[in-house]
Ligand binder design. Structure first.
Ligand code: NAP
Ligand code: ZN
Ligand code: ZN
Length: 354
């Protein structure tokens, strides 16, 4: 396959695990017949961006451009593009491609592609150029139309950007495990993912309990939809919840004790991990084998369910609670994220890069 021509765009990259992010120029392919070229307007800041920039998962190639909560406007399309036209408002999440032929891709679960995360928006492989994919901390991106999403017209675009990862990552397990009325559901951690988990679990009709290490977030958690808030460092508050949950979703980004939460599940209750801390987490067998409890994981979401989630958010007017930053404020934003001090998602205004 001949390599397409490229064009240059401004971006912010990390050049080493300990280096702050800084300005750079990267190459994007010119749109091939099925591609959509997007001017990026806003990009959310996911904790995965920080794990990746600092090589905490061990597979980062430098220079690394994070960012997978992208919203923008279509500025050019390839000759064969059918779903989008110039001027459309679109989104791009954690995936820009997949093998498209394996059993998982064929049912719209591209995040579980048998070829692995080769189509990651960053940290994947740009199959036209043979280079690592580069994410949304940049002026524009070129994506094959099948991995581009339609943004509901009524939503504030900046506040909708984090739906592309924080939204779908919490939506997918809540939907898969059919969380709804009559169930008691726990969400652990009130960060980017957690605050969307609270909003969705509430919207699906569950009784929602937020677990936090930050007592100062209690009032916000209730405003966001939590019926109860438990400060997880308070053993008395934790003990009062023992054996009472149908479902718990764990969004914590750092090391923590899972077993304390397993003990809060009812018989056959289910604990789903979406947080992806750097180091392995310990599981105590007894916390699971008593009451036949389940422990599972979940990775982002496929393209059809992401569009379904966006449409639901449009219909119910659901967006994220955000703090807007300039691109050059990203390093300070990462430090605040590490202190669990984000209300509740940073979003970069990419006009600051132009
Ligand atoms: P975030 O905004 O930084 O939120 C994480 C929250 O976890 C914090 O706000 C804090 O909430 C809690 N927390 C942090 N350190 C803690 C500790 N040491 N002990 C207990 N609680 C702690 O991060 P995020 O963007 O929501 O991402 C969360 C995690 O999910 C990250 O590891 C990210 O890589 C991962 N992720 C996974 C997927 C997937 O597909 N599975 C997708 C996206 C992100 P409180 O202040 O309320 O305690
Ligand atoms: Zn993410
Ligand atoms: Zn596949």
């Amino acid at each position: 396959m001949a390599k397409p021509a490229c064009f240059s765009v401004k971006a912010f990259s990390a050049t080493a695990p300990t280096a702050p992010l800084g300005a750079t120029v990267i190459e994007r392919r010119s749109p091939t017949p099925t591609d959509v070229q997007i001017q990026i307007l806003y990009c959310g800041v996911c904790h995965s961006d920080l794990h990746f920039a600092r090589n905490e998962w061990g597979f980062t190639q430098y220079p690394a451009v994070p960012g997978h909560e992208i919203v923008g406007r279509v500025t050019a399309i390839g000759g064969g593009v059918k779903k989008f036209k110039v001027g459309d408002t679109v989104g791009v999440g954690c995936l820009v491609d997949s093998c498209r032929t394996c059993p998982n891709c064929r049912v719209g679960l591209e995040q579980y592609c048998d070829a692995g995360m080769t189509g990651g928006t960053y940290g994947g492989t740009e199959k036209h150029l043979g280079t690592p994919t580069l994410g949304g901390y940049s002026q524009s991106i070129v994506v094959t139309e099948d991995f581009v999403l339609r943004m509901p017209a009524n939503l504030n675009l900046a506040a909708a950007a984090p739906l592309l990862c924080a939204g779908i990552t919490t939506w997918s397990p809540l939907r898969h495990w059919k969380v709804g009325p009559g169930q008691k559901v726990g969400i652990i951690g009130l960060g980017g993912l957690g605050h969307m988990g609270v909003k969705f679990a509430k919207a699906f009709g569950a009784h929602v309990v937020l677990f936090t290490t930050s007592p100062g977030k209690t009032a916000d958690a209730k405003k966001l939809g939590a019926h109860e808030v438990v400060v997880s460092t308070d053993a008395t508050q934790m003990a009062a919840q023992a054996g009472s949950f149908d479902f718990i979703l764990d969004t914590v980004s750092a090391n923590h004790d899972l077993n304390a939460y397993f003990n809060l599940l009812k018989r056959e209750g289910n604990f789903v991990l979406v947080g992806a801390p750097e180091k392995p987490l310990a599981v105590a067998a007894f916390a699971l084998i008593f009451r036949r409890r389940s422990f599972s994981g979940s990775l982002i979401g496929g393209l059809p369910e992401t569009q379904e989630m966006l449409d639901f958010c449009g219909k119910h007017n659901i967006t994220c609670d955000i703090e807007m930053i300039r691109m050059d404020q990203i390093n300070g934003a990462y430090e605040r994220m590490l202190k669990s001090d984000v209300k509740y998602r940073f979003v970069i205004d990419l006009a600051s890069l132009r």
